[in-house]
Write a protein that binds this ligand. Structure first.
Ligand code: FES
Ligand code: FE
Length: 389
């Protein structure tokens, strides 16, 4: 069992702090040793958001997913299946492709040109002995699954809980947005100089919103959220503390999370095109993924720790698959609220990271508007405990 500095397990330490109603100790944001354990034991065993299926429609289209020292290629194979396999050559280990996306006929290692098919099997290798059997050197596979058009990979060896089951309690609430019939209009990657847990804690509460998010609160009803927690409708809460979903209350007259509360895209998503009363809602899968749906657009957030004090957060804006940039929506208007809100949030996270580095920091009591932070701590404690940490 891995122990925090005082000889108590990390999970026990987190639970003690939950019971005392305070944040978690500063060491948990700073320990290189714990960070290494989190990467293999938590992120290496979680579903990771890879991208939207619309980015992988043609055979040979691929994208990469990075997780700590690991890199995985997700590709559309010739037979139409989605495949996921290691981005590490079976010869002498070179990365096959750079991070990002593209389209290929086959994956040729840049080092000595070992050549892999779109399903990750080895097609051939130059100047090898007669006894060499390419069939014996496929790239190791990863699990890949799709939920409402969103593609996820899982790097664990054992078969994970299917993503559709894990997120299934959110189907009724999130299904209305027709996410499978959207496409990626825009993506921004942010580097946040803060531990990944500070980024998640920040995303869980709106104790900070009124003062820090002037653009968001034009349409978003913070008081409504804080009065009731995330309003649950149509679906039961998940029993898994990693999963949370609920509505985002809007101010009177607002129909979308935009600067003026009106639609940013004139092509409504999913059931909203058929007259469903507008609502906004979100679903989280801690600690890797969040989706926020509005009647006219959606955003996907994915989080990837880079180091103990740096986290990459990627946000993609989704619009209906037939919406045309410049005609049906203006990209600046579409992206404005979340881009501003994100940058404000990252500044707060970086400010908190600076503070937790100080010897003087002792976690303080949490507000009644921070109950979802406690839910995050519970999920984190379970994840630690599952790894005997
Ligand atoms: Fe890939 Fe040699 S390392 S072909
Ligand atoms: Fe915020």
């Amino acid at each position: 069992m891995a122990l925090a500095a005082d000889g108590v397990s990390y999970s026990r330490t987190v639970r003690d702090h939950i019971e005392r109603g305070v944040g978690i100790p500063r060491e948990l944001y700073l320990s290189q040793e714990l960070f290494a354990e989190e990467m293999t034991g938590i992120f290496g065993r979680s579903w990771l958001y890879a991208g939207h299926e619309s980015q992988l429609t043609q055979p040979g289209q691929y994208l990469t997913v990075e997780c700590g020292t690991e890199s995985v290629i997700v590709a559309r194979a010739r037979d139409g299946r989605l495949t996921a396999f290691s981005n590490v050559c079976r010869h002498r280990g070179a990365r096959l492709v750079d991070p990002g996306c593209g389209i290929k006929q086959r994956f040729v290692c840049p080092y000595h040109q070992w050549t892999y098919r779109l399903d990750g099997t080895l097609q051939g290798a130059p100047r090898m002995p007669d006894s060499f059997d390419p069939g014996s050197f496929p790239l190791p596979t990863a699990h890949v699954e799709v939920w409402h058009g969103l593609v996820f990979v899982h790097l664990g060896e054992a078969a994970p809980e299917p993503i559709a089951e894990l997120l299934g309690t959110g189907d009724a609430l999130m299904g209305a947005f027709g996410i499978a019939k959207t496409r990626v209009a825009h993506t921004i990657s942010y580097q946040v100089e803060a531990n990944w847990k500070l980024v998640w804690e920040n995303a869980q509460e709106c104790y900070h919103c009124n003062v820090n998010h002037p653009e968001l609160i034009r349409a978003f009803d913070v008081a409504g959220l804080n009065a009731t927690g995330r309003l649950e409708t149509k679906s039961s809460p998940s029993l898994d503390p990693r999963v949370a979903h609920g509505r985002f209350p809007l101010r009177p007259g607002a129909v979308s999370l935009t600067l003026d509360g009106q639609y940013a895209s004139c092509k409504p998503l999913g059931a909203f095109g058929g007259g469903l009363e507008p609502y906004t809602a979100s679903i989280h899968l801690k600690p890797t993924f969040a989706l926020v749906g509005c009647p006219d657009y959606a955003v996907v957030l994915s989080e990837r720790p880079v180091s103990v004090d740096c986290t990459e957060v990627r946000m993609s804006w989704l619009v209906r698959d037939d919406a045309v940039d410049g005609t049906d929506y203006d990209l600046d208007t579409l992206a404005k609220v979340w881009d501003e809100t994100n940058k404000q949030d990252w500044g707060l996270c970086e400010r908190a990271q600076l503070g937790v580095r100080s010897q003087s920091y002792v976690p303080g009591p949490l507000s009644v508007d921070e109950t979802a932070v406690v839910d995050f701590y519970r999920a984190y404690a379970n994840l630690l405990e599952a790894q005997d940490l």
